[in-house]
Ligand binder design. Structure first.
Ligand code: BG6
Length: 477
């Protein structure tokens, strides 16, 4: 069969522990960031605020991540469904606070370790390779409250203990690892990635880049350690990627778009892939009064701990204009930017741009010449269950088809693309909006924003479609 996708292409789906597992206080797990994030509108408001107190207040809010979709108890059923679709790989994260409930203990929690043993064994039973994110917006709450999150250098050594523990424990079960989810999103949303809520807008950038520097060191240490403990491991970085288009051919806008892309898209990649801060960082830091505390040995660690491959999430492109009015801004577009008149948007205002994925793949491969993996992409949409129980999600199929077509184009362009795990292969709790109703899955989960629902799983139309995509290695779209 003629297919553009290489043999052994890693087709699959992606999730994160906090959006999936539930059982937030079982198995000795400690609380983490996601456990204190309210559901619905309140979460969206929180993300743009300063000074969040990280307390749970059940009299005011709901906390959907506490139960999520109960993968903790239902993983066997879910993995069987992934296997039915023919998944080659399943991306999941380990919740740090299941392994070290507070984050700063000396000894790990055996019950937490045993849980992931069971999950990895179940995946291997079905011939599915686990792809594990080590940190996916799940900083242990104790590290947030006591230490101020990743602003604090101490987290580098706590993280080292955590990664050493999981590499040693799962060395025969996990080959593919990602260090920090969407590491470059840290400066936009420090709450998620860095586990702190800025005190003020003035301190946001300085604290975010300091936290990011700590993560660069922690990530490089993890890569070095992983290669020592698991010689055959493949360890990647994970970026949130949005190609930046200049709004028009005005050179002022073109230059501005280039600078935005440099800082948002490439700074983190350059550090993690090339092993050094890029040339343009110096001026940016100076002009924004960012003074990094870089300790002896940090730059050497970063140089030595470069990644084996690059993974990224792709949801949208970003259209940039140097001077913009509030009316021009895109709605809900997490990466910022002005509205692009050529693109339609999802119900949450995320602009849909399949060609932007080909642009991204070419930009990343052109710059780094390292294997690429798309580890998130998908359409968050409202689904309707018909009277006969079916879910006809043609809109999702269209979205995915158009993006996979562009992946095929990029492969023909010469890009070394090794895998694709679409986001939220089973419905789960949305990270930014804390909703169940923003669904991404091939598998429907009967759970609703008001907390009702049986948690029953159902195959959507896209389930059968994706199964065919995988079995034809991307030929039947
Ligand atoms: C990515 C995150 O930013 O986007 C995921 O890594 C998240 O955790 C995904 O779920 C989709 O975003 P949302 O807000 O629709 O869940």
């Amino acid at each position: 069969m003629a297919t553009r996708f290489p043999e052994g292409f890693l087709w699959g789906g992606a999730t994160a522990a906090n959006q999936l597992e539930g059982a937030y206080q079982e198995g000795g797990k400690g609380l983490n960031l996601a456990d204190v994030l309210p559901g619905g509108k309140a979460r969206l408001e929180l993300l743009s605020q300063t000074g969040f107190d990280f307390e749970i207040d059940k009299s005011k809010y709901t906390y959907p991540n506490h139960e999520a979709i109960d993968f903790y108890h239902r993983y066997k059923e879910d993995i069987a469904l992934f296997a039915e679709m023919g998944f080659k790989v399943f991306r999941l994260s380990i919740a740090w606070s299941r392994i070290f409930p507070n984050g700063d203990e000396l000894e790990p929690n055996e019950e937490g370790l045993a849980f992931y043993d069971r999950v990895f064994d179940e995946l291997h039973k079905h011939g599915i390779e686990p792809l594990v994110t080590i940190a996916h917006y799940e900083t242990p709450l104790h590290l947030i409250k006591e230490y101020g999150g990743w602003r604090n250098r101490k987290l580098v050594s706590f993280f080292e203990r955590y990664v050493r523990t999981i590499f040693t424990r799962y060395k025969d079960k996990v080959k593919y690892w990602l260090t920090f989810n969407e590491i470059n999103g840290a400066t936009h949303m420090p709450l998620f990635g860095l586990g702190f809520s800025p005190e003020s807008e003035e301190t946001r950038l300085q604290d975010s880049f300091q936290g990011l520097h700590h993560q660069f060191v922690a990530s490089a240490q993890a890569v070095k350690l992983g290669h020592e403990i698991i010689p055959e491991s493949q360890i990647g970085c994970m970026l949130i990627y949005a190609p930046v288009y200049a709004y028009d051919s005005n050179p002022e806008n073109v230059m501005h778009a280039k600078q935005e892309a440099d800082i948002f898209n490439f700074l983190s990649g350059d550090v993690q892939v090339r092993g050094e801060y890029p040339y343009f960082a110096k001026r940016y830091f100076k002009e924004n009064n960012i003074e990094l505390d870089i300790q002896d040995g940090d730059l050497e660690t970063i140089r030595e701990g470069t990644v084996d491959f690059i993974s990224f999430s792709y949801y949208m492109s970003r259209t940039d204009k140097k001077i913009k009015t509030p009316e021009e801004m895109g709605q809900g577009n997490l990466v910022g930017g002005v509205k692009n008149p050529f693109l339609k948007a999802s119900d949450w205002g995320w602009e849909i741009d399949p060609i932007g994925l080909r642009v991204s793949l070419n930009e990343l491969y052109g710059r780094y010449q390292k294997p690429l993996m798309i580890v998130e992409n998908g359409l968050g949409a409202y689904d309707k269950v018909e009277e006969d129980g079916s879910i006809i999600d043609d809109y999702r199929i269209d979205y995915l088809r158009e993006h996979i077509e562009q992946m095929g184009e990029a492969i023909e362009d010469g890009v070394d693309l090794i895998g694709y795990t679409s986001w939220g292969c089973i419905d789960l709790v949305s990270a930014s909006s804390g909703q169940y109703s923003k669904r991404y899955g091939y598998i429907y989960v009967d759970k609703h924003d008001d907390g009702t629902g049986t948690l029953e799983r159902k195959r959507k139309k896209s389930f059968y479609w994706y199964k065919d995509v995988i079995s034809s290695n991307g030929e039947n779209l």
